[in-house]
Write a protein that binds this ligand. Structure first.
Ligand code: BTN
Length: 259
């Protein structure tokens, strides 16, 4: 079960790591074992059968074609900002490994060629004796356009489809953890301010027109995304003022399509 990720250079994050051959949800597994595991523990699989997505959606990754991984953060900390730095780490890792641009759709979807390649779900477990956060990252690696169209996922894509590169799931897991560790240390020690400009540079929405949607898909606001606040909210100018929207409450779309 011990994964032994060869490419791991991070000193704390990703240790220990557990490779799970098949699992319903890596977030579920880590939440179940979180109390007995140390800060930084990682579990990962290429076969996730009942994964959890944002806003109650499903996220599966089967036949080794996609990576599902979850990291444990103890004690629980800054769950609004944790997804943002996870998005930065995935963007840096995939761009570095492929030479293509993988950018962030606020708060943490990873987009390449207008398609969603990766989704991130951070969950908190607040128990009386223990509190921890689980950051779950799902990266589509080798699925085809046909695979997604059979599932009715018209906005989804994989690294293979968009960058033409076949990556190994263990290499991607290691690289994401390696990129995440320095971001996590900065967030924990200095807060999000030193990372805000770097996040904004990777975020495709800034300066673009967006729709702010409720979880059931109603349009709540339309306007121009003008920036990110120090607490990770998206600032939208709707013409009559600046609204700041929280990732727990809404999702966004470009006015001309998904991204
Ligand atoms: C989204 O809906 O965009 C978020 C998807 C998050 C999926 C990942 S895969 C690894 C981890 N385990 C889960 O059950 N979900 C997350």
């Amino acid at each position: 079960m011990s994964g032994g990720l060869a490419g791991l250079t991070a000193l704390k994050l990703g240790k220990p790591d557990f490779y799970l051959d098949t699992i319903d949800s890596t977030n579920g597994w880590l939440k179940l074992h979180g109390t007995e595991l140390p800060d930084g523990a990682l579990c990962w699989t290429g076969n996730q059968t009942r994964g959890r997505g944002r806003l109650g959606r499903e996220w599966n990754a089967e036949k080794g074609q996609a990576l599902a991984m979850s990291l444990l953060f103890k004690p629980s900390y800054e769950t609004e900002l944790l997804p943002l730095i996870c998005g930065m780490a995935v963007s840096q890792a995939l761009s570095g490994m492929t030479g293509e641009e993988f950018l962030i759709k606020w708060p943490n979807d990873i987009i390449c060629g207008g398609l969603k390649i990766c989704g991130i779900l951070c969950e908190n477990s607040l128990l009386e004796q223990d509190s921890f956060a689980v950051a779950g990252i799902g990266v589509n690696l080798n699925q085809t356009a046909d695979d997604f169209s059979k599932l009715g996922l018209s906005n989804a894509g994989s690294v293979g489809m968009t960058a033409g590169v076949r990556l190994d799931i263990g290499d991607v897991a290691s690289e994401i953890v390696n990129r995440l560790e320095p971001l996590w240390l900065t967030l924990r020690e200095e807060g999000f301010s030193p990372l805000l400009e770097r996040y904004s540079d990777l975020c495709i929405n800034i300066g673009k027109d967006v729709c702010v949607l409720s979880p059931d898909g109603r349009v709540l606001h339309k306007g121009r995304a003008v920036g990110i606040s120090p607490d990770g909210r998206l600032m939208v100018d709707d013409g009559s003022g600046i609204i700041s929207v929280s990732s727990g409450e809404v999702s966004i779309r470009g006015l001309l399509g998904y991204a």
